[in-house]
Write a protein that binds this ligand. Structure first.
Ligand code: F6R
Length: 335
């Protein structure tokens, strides 16, 4: 897993290349909405796309993690069906439904049944390299969708931003990778704070929301511990009331607050006030600020920090971050 994380900068550069260039785009008359359908590590790229595209694309981008697609999906919908393995049953079912509704579907996968279905139906297939855990293939699953939107004319100026992000991720790797010592490595330091604790990750709607979800998923799958996420301002209207349990329970919680300079000023104020509310009742909180010059870099700076944190946390628990036996078991039982 560590090697896969170390390879992210290369993966991003590779995914920028010709992965999606050879794919023949569907004839699209008019697109009114975009749906990304997938699960787990294959869906997170959809959320990245949704957050990144929010102020750049004038049509809605919706992420679907289900067997069925929403009512609105029809001939004016562009659907990205993303499954790294190509065998996730929810995605296969959603794909069939989107096809039946006449949507323009594009598949991103290593192959599997979804790849076969795409070939059968003449649906464009972006074939990504195999041999990764889906959650470690974010560059391959996310960037081709961005590039396709660029080819369709939705995201002019994207190339510069992706290349800048790939370069920035390379710099981050020096800071976050295993060779970087504890004193200079924020991911190693955060992993120590989360060890023996229940991580609660807080982001903010529209900026770090997807990052909070990613941190939670990575901690679950890599370190094999429960973790929970939520967003400001919503959590100030419910979750925060829950921090009144006896100290022996709350002292097991360590809160991560994901910060971004673009957060709404009132959200930033809420974060400051909330820190005061929780500081004496939980084990502690750690603020992690995004860095980077553009929206993609800021997102990836936090994601990459969380990815490394989850792997270092696995090491502290003496756990192999790779296998996700219970996910495999569930998939097998459902067949
Ligand atoms: C495993 C992982 C899972 C899978 C999910 C869907 O590394 O990240 O969350 O991504 O079970 O499987 P795929 O991605 O093959 O469609």
């Amino acid at each position: 897993m560590l090697a896969a994380l170390d390879g992210l900068p290369l993966q991003c550069s590779e995914a920028c290349g010709n992965l999606s260039e050879q794919v023949k785009l569907p004839e699209i008359e008019a697109i009114s909405n975009i749906l990304v359908t997938g699960l787990g590590g294959s869906a997170i790229g959809g959320d990245l796309l949704r957050v990144y595209a929010a102020d750049k694309i004038s049509i809605p981008v919706i992420v679907n993690r289900d067997y069925t697609v929403p009512e609105f999906v029809g001939p004016d919908t562009l659907v990205f069906a993303i499954s790294y393995s190509g065998n996730t049953e929810e995605t296969l079912s959603a794909y069939e439904q989107a096809q039946a509704r006449g949507a323009s579907v594009i598949v991103i996968s290593t192959g599997g049944k979804l790849g076969e279905m795409a070939l059968r139906d003449g649906v464009p297939l972006v074939k990504v390299p195999s041999g990764y855990a889906p959650r470690a293939a974010t560059g391959f699953l996310f960037i081709p969708a961005l590039k396709i939107l660029q080819r369709l004319g939705f995201l002019p100026g994207l190339d510069g931003e992706i290349m800048a992000m790939a370069g920035f991720v390379r710099e981050l790797h020096t800071k976050l990778g295993a060779q970087s010592p504890m004193a200079e490595n924020p991911a190693k330091q955060i992993a120590c704070k989360l060890h023996q604790k229940i991580p609660v990750i807080w982001g903010s709607t529209g900026t770090t929301e997807v990052v909070a979800q990613r941190w939670k998923g990575q901690i679950n799958e890599n370190a094999k511990v429960p973790a929970y996420w939520n967003v400001f301002p919503e959590l100030n209207h419910n979750e925060i009331v829950g921090f009144q349990l006896p100290a022996e329970i709350l002292k097991r919680i360590h809160v991560i607050i994901l910060r971004d300079g673009q957060d709404h000023p009132q959200v930033q104020k809420r974060m400051e006030i909330t820190k005061g509310v929780i500081k004496d009742v939980v084990d502690g909180y750690t603020e992690v600020w995004s860095s980077g010059d553009n929206a993609l870099s800021r997102l990836f700076s936090l994601i990459y920090t969380g990815d490394y944190t989850s792997v270092y946390l696995a090491a502290l628990y003496g756990i192999d971050p790779g296998p996700v036996k219970v996910i495999d078991y569930l998939k097998q039982e459902l067949q």
